[in-house]
Ligand binder design. Structure first.
Ligand code: SRM
Ligand code: SF4
Length: 568
């Protein structure tokens, strides 16, 4: 017997291509949207949230999280300055996400249309930043100009544009409000979604690009991963991976993080890429689980079928045989922080980019000594710099002329923006999801505890003489894994009130998942649990061995034994 469809499927179908009751609800004075409207709102990049700190005191204060799509993380100076200005409509902060977007928190319902119209004025938008569609297409944003790293952005933009929902609902509701409130939206619209159909995808869908060898975007965590292949500096095609994802759900046993599999190799044009991506998306559309949203991602189709059957179905859909993927080799996964030479100008002088470490992606004026938002605005405005957002929540300030280097450096310093290499190594590369107080799904803290927790870990490493060791650390406030903790060398994941699961043994290069090392660990017990493993690492690592590789070589059981022995 067919399983019943999940409730969200009915909401999508009834929404008339993402219209729902949004226009009517925007026109009323209620501070919040109705529950059915919030389901549709997500496709427009907006989540209704209530402050969970206030909730504890019995108050429910509603506002919106708004996610702005930034394909490949690339922003003109004007776009960045507009984004910066718009932070005033929320809580005064912008947050770089792990998929190169910008999020605002605490935006009142009454200011949403103004926000989206302003974004629209500078060619930015929120459509499909959330929802059961292709999300922001990510890419390695480091702007090195050389033959081995030919610009991927045209491919990113092409896929991004062509895979957006085709409904005109977004424009009617947010941009051309007159038309929406005039009642025209009540007629059944004629347009259809050629790729998505009326119920869109069973679940979110993520596409990521990166350069060969450089896994800064965590390519294996995406539904589709795309890696260009160059021969003698010439782009000859793309390796396609499929079936990755991090999310797992407490209590749903068969849900789990999964790395994407190499699937095939396709030619080097935008059209070929779009054809293959659309065909893979159509497999998700037709075979993804529409009854249980916890098992609805493409990764479960891949797992059920295996790569051979998946490829066969794909070949059927594109009507030809597909070449096998070329083996991939990874050598790095860290963001490019600090000063990097981008290219040479027409006089042969160097042009630089500067990787700013933005802790948890949070761009805010934290204190008179630490005015991160003001400092970044000042530097972008004064020097007219292109901005690129990274999947590790950092920012590259690009196109800095040789003669402007001292000015940029001193402006950043004046505003308390730390030189990345001066930061402790673990903090330099740590990632945290927002969790409390904004995220409705958070079980524990994440962003708010990350600096202290990382500080404790760093002190322990320092005492062992491991002060220069970079260890990738990521924390998420629930098993959904928005900070991609399962590909971090230490992953800390919220499990129940003030209790965390510790994952160890992932590869620093994002090619191997971590395993559960300890469960139900209280916040204050996290370091004591890890301390014996650090000591063991200090004693027994091989020359140059990364922490994640060490944990994997030794094995989780042996690490647990060491930890238990130390506690006894
Ligand atoms: Fe995420 C849901 C924040 C990247 C897996 N994610 C959420 C929501 C919207 C909570 C909700 O549904 O009510 C969070 C909003 C919190 C807030 O207050 O802002 C949220 N996710 C984030 C961001 C902002 C975390 C960050 O620190 O930057 C990232 C926004 C990315 C973007 O710009 O699009 C973010 N989320 C991710 C990633 C990482 C990635 O894509 O590289 C993952 C793991 C990869 C994956 O998708 O498998 C991720 N988020 C999830 C899931 C689990 C999905 C699943 O397959 O089970 C959820 C829950 C859901 O979809 O039901 C979720
Ligand atoms: Fe929220 Fe969980 Fe994602 Fe953190 S990992 S932002 S707590 S959904």
């Amino acid at each position: 017997m067919e399983k019943p469809l999940s409730g969200v499927e009915a909401v999508k179908l009834g929404s008339r291509y993402l219209r729902g009751t949004l226009s009517e609800e925007l026109a009323n004075d209620e501070p919040l949207f109705t529950a059915p409207a919030t389901g549709v709102l997500k496709f427009h990049g907006i989540y209704q949230q209530d402050d969970r700190d206030l909730r504890k005191s019995g108050v429910k204060q509603y506002s919106a999280m708004v996610r702005v799509g930034v394909p490949g993380g690339v922003l003109t100076p004007e776009q960045y300055l507009t984004l910066d200005r718009l932070a005033e409509l929320g809580d005064g902060s912008l947050r770089i996400t792990t998929r190169q977007d910008i999020q605002y928190h605490y935006v009142p319902k009454a200011r949403l249309r103004e926000l989206i119209q302003t974004l629209h004025g500078c060619y930015l938008g929120t459509l499909a930043a959330c929802g059961d569609v292709v999300r922001n297409v990510i890419s390695c944003p480091a702007p090195f100009a050389n033959d081995e790293r030919k610009e991927l952005q045209p491919f990113v933009s092409y896929l991004s544009k062509n895979l957006k929902p085709k409904t005109t609902a977004y424009y009617e509701i947010w941009i051309d409000g007159e038309k929406a409130v005039s009642g025209e939206q009540n007629e059944q619209p004629q347009e259809v979604e050629p790729l998505y159909g009326a119920t869109y995808l069973p679940r979110k869908f993520k596409i990521g690009f990166t350069f060969p060898g450089d896994n800064t975007t965590d390519i294996y965590a995406n539904d589709i991963g795309i890696v260009p292949h160059y021969e003698d500096g010439v782009l000859t095609g793309f390796n396609i991976l499929a079936g990755g994802g991090m999310g797992q759900s407490a209590g749903v046993k068969s849900s789990h993080p999964r790395l994407a599999d190499p699937l095939c190799f396709v030619g080097p044009t935008c059209e070929e890429l779009l054809e293959i991506a659309s065909a893979i998306i159509s497999i998700h559309r037709d075979f993804g689980n529409r009854s249980n949203r916890k098992l609805a991602r493409l990764k479960y189709v891949m797992e059920d079928w295996g790569v051979a059957k998946f490829k066969q179905e794909l070949e059927l859909r594109v009507g030809r045989q597909l070449a096998d993927a070329v083996p991939l080799h990874w050598t790095r996964s860290n963001d490019y922080l600090g000063w990097r030479r981008q290219t040479l100008d027409s006089h042969g002088d160097p042009v630089w980019f500067y990787g700013v470490r933005v802790i948890s992606g949070r761009i805010r004026d934290f204190s008179p000594q630490q005015r991160i938002r003001t400092g970044l605005r000042a530097v972008v405005e004064r020097y007219g710099l292109e901005v690129r957002l990274t999947c590790q929540q950092n920012m590259y300030l690009c196109g800095i002329r040789e003669q402007d280097r001292p000015g940029v450096a001193s402006l950043l310093r004046e505003h308390g923006i730390a030189e990345p290499l001066e930061l402790p190594p673990v903090l330099r590369h740590a990632i945290a999801c927002p969790a409390l107080p904004t995220c409705a799904l958070a079980i524990t803290e994440s962003e708010r505890i990350m600096p202290d927790l990382v500080g404790e870990i760093q002190s322990a490493l320092n005492q062992l003489g491991l002060q220069d060791q970079i260890i990738h650390f990521r924390t998420s406030g629930c098993p959904n894994g928005c900070s991609r903790p399962y590909t971090a060398e230490i992953g800390i994941v919220g499990a129940s009130v003030n209790m965390y699961t510790i994952y160890l043994g992932a590869s620093r290069l994002g090619t191997r998942l971590g395993e559960v090392f300890a469960q139900n660990v209280k916040r204050e017990q996290l370091l004591p649990k890890l301390q014996p493993v650090f000591e063991y690492y200090k004693r027994s690592r091989q020359a140059g061995e990364y922490f994640g590789d060490f944990c994997h070589r030794i094995g989780i059981q042996a690490l647990q034994d060491v930890s238990m022995y130390a506690a006894a």
